[in-house]
Design a protein around this ligand. Structure first.
Ligand code: BG6
Length: 499
């Protein structure tokens, strides 16, 4: 297969000195440099308020990349990468600065006319910056392409996301807008499609006849770090579930797309989101659970409770843990519960999709010491381990007829294969113009539709929230979401946790 054509372009980062640029964008671009995937004429323009020129910006980025990438970073690569960097001093809220930006981009001969604008800024500023760019014609495609990359959250709820979308569409066509959900750049997430659709043995099992329930988990030991401003407004439901975890659900549940092109893939994902049974406000308590971390112990160290974190209101009821039970009302999934949960300051870092198959009939083993056959699980580990595991029952060696769970494990990456950061994949796709791993607005809209009733009820109930000790695996009360007693959270990849 021939490599796709990579065109020259100018990659402008709004919020060049912010945490997203520092932690994700610049390291990912530099790693793409290391593997020779950046076109020769790609320049990275940092747009920021600091009184810097190219030299200061280059020195700043070189330091941070040495720090982030460490010993794997060859000096020659770093030198090549920083040569691509340009700095433009500007203020996001000043109209005149966009005119100057436009002049700067046009006047520098080595800057390609193809433009990527990356909004590594607060979502509240997306609309305004988009409008300023359009005022000076930086949205126009004549003789070049222009792409606008926006990060989640896309809005605050269903209504605000529609307003944001209308604002962006006033100046940019849909094919210019790249809505990033970095989970779609993770290797194992893309592997879900390959696992399901490139292996004949999976598809026949992948439905309500064989699957008892599905669990999608992302829990992390991190607290809110210094993001109280953002997190107080967002909460775990918006931060993780509306975006990343519902995207994982679409990958698990969708029908095979006609092809892997962007539209076919996204059509199927939208169908799943549309088929999720709406949760009426009266059912929110039965189908959703929220909690907040209290003080606790993590890795042997005492850690603060959420209410004690800097910037958090003393009476905040913002959830740091959220769990849902959803149903997809279509032929494949009718009646199969999908349990989704996320939590901060939990006892471990774990992102998994765990699929439990139904119990096999016991009859055959009726007259043996086997009391109960255990169900099979299929587990897709996203992080920290990228793996695929299938759990089966096997006979225990010996004279008795006893069974135990064994597992077929496949590491998805061999030791010599480098781990990619999701942003490397996604930034390369933006440069290539491949939108399949980016969200179409209707995906965002239908995902908001799923969580909106829950947000409304939680927003009204501001006088109480359950808590869980930091360092635990979350509140046990969340178990009430399960349909049956034999369903429990799968907290580890290892065996033995299941009933
Ligand atoms: C971000 C959320 O989108 O995803 C964070 O805002 C969360 O709160 C993070 O910690 C998790 O992403 P990852 O790639 O570290 O699993």
């Amino acid at each position: 297969m021939t490599e796709p054509l990579i065109e020259a372009c100018t990659f402008v980062i709004f919020g060049a000195t912010g945490s997203l640029a520092r932690n994700k964008l610049l390291p990912a671009l530099c790693r793409l440099e290391a593997v020779g995937r950046l076109p020769a004429q790609l320049a990275v323009v940092g747009f920021g308020r600091r009184a810097w020129g190219d030299t200061e910006w280059r020195a700043h980025v070189a330091d941070l990349l040495r720090d982030r990438i460490g010993k794997d970073l060859e000096e020659a690569i770093l030198v090549r990468f920083v040569q691509r960097l340009r700095f433009f001093q500007g203020d996001l809220g000043t109209a005149g600065d966009y005119r100057k930006l436009s002049q700067f981009l046009a006047s520098e001969r080595e800057l390609s006319p193809n433009l990527i604008f990356y909004m590594a800024i607060r979502p509240a500023q997306f609309g305004e910056v988009g409008a300023y760019l359009a005022d000076v014609g930086l949205n126009k495609k004549e003789g070049r392409w222009v792409r606008l990359v926006v990060e989640k959250p896309f809005g605050y709820d269903l209504e605000s996301s529609q307003i944001l979308d209308m604002r962006l569409h006033r100046h940019f066509d849909e094919d210019q807008i790249y809505r990033i959900d970095h989970y779609l750049g993770k290797g194992t997430v893309q592997n879900v499609l390959v696992f399901r659709f490139a292996n004949l043995m999976m598809e026949p099992l992948w439905n309500r006849n064989y699957i008892d329930h599905v669990q999608i988990t992302h829990v992390e030991t991190r607290g809110i770090e210094r993001r109280a401003d953002y997190f107080e407004e967002a909460g775990a439901l918006r931060d993780m579930i509306q975006s990343h975890l519902l995207q994982l659900l679409t990958m698990v549940a969708m029908e095979p797309p006609a092809s892997l092109d962007a539209e076919s893939l996204r059509d199927e994902k939208v169908k799943v989101l549309k088929s999720i049974r709406p949760i009426p406000q009266s059912a929110v308590h039965a189908q959703a659970f929220r909690a907040q971390y209290a003080r606790g112990v993590l890795d042997g160290e005492k850690v603060l409770g959420y209410l004690e974190e800097e910037g958090v209101a003393a009476s905040s009821t913002t959830e740091t843990y959220a769990a849902l039970r959803l149903y997809i009302d279509n032929w494949r999934w009718r009646g199969v519960p999908f349990y989704i949960r996320t939590g901060k300051r939990m006892g471990s870092n774990l992102s998994t999709i765990a699929i439990r198959l139904r119990h096999p009939p016991q009859l055959l083993f009726r007259d043996t010491p086997i009391e109960r056959l255990r169900p099979n699980w299929i587990i897709l580990g996203i992080q920290p381990d990228e793996c695929l595991r299938i759990e089966l029952q096997a006979k225990v060696p010996g004279l008795e007829m006893l069974t135990r769970t064994i597992s077929l494990d496949a590491g998805y990456r061999h030791a010599h294969e480098p781990a990619l950061d999701a942003y490397e994949t996604l930034l390369l796709d933006v440069v290539l113009g491949d939108r399949s791993l980016f969200l179409r607005y209707d995906e965002v809209r239908f995902a908001w539709r799923v969580v909106d009733p829950i947000l409304k009820v939680w927003a009204m109930e501001r006088d109480f929230i359950n808590t869980y000790p930091a360092g635990s695996m979350g509140p046990t009360d969340a178990n009430r979401l399960f349909e049956r007693e034999d369903q429990i959270w799968r907290d580890t990849l290892s065996l033995g946790g299941e009933k």
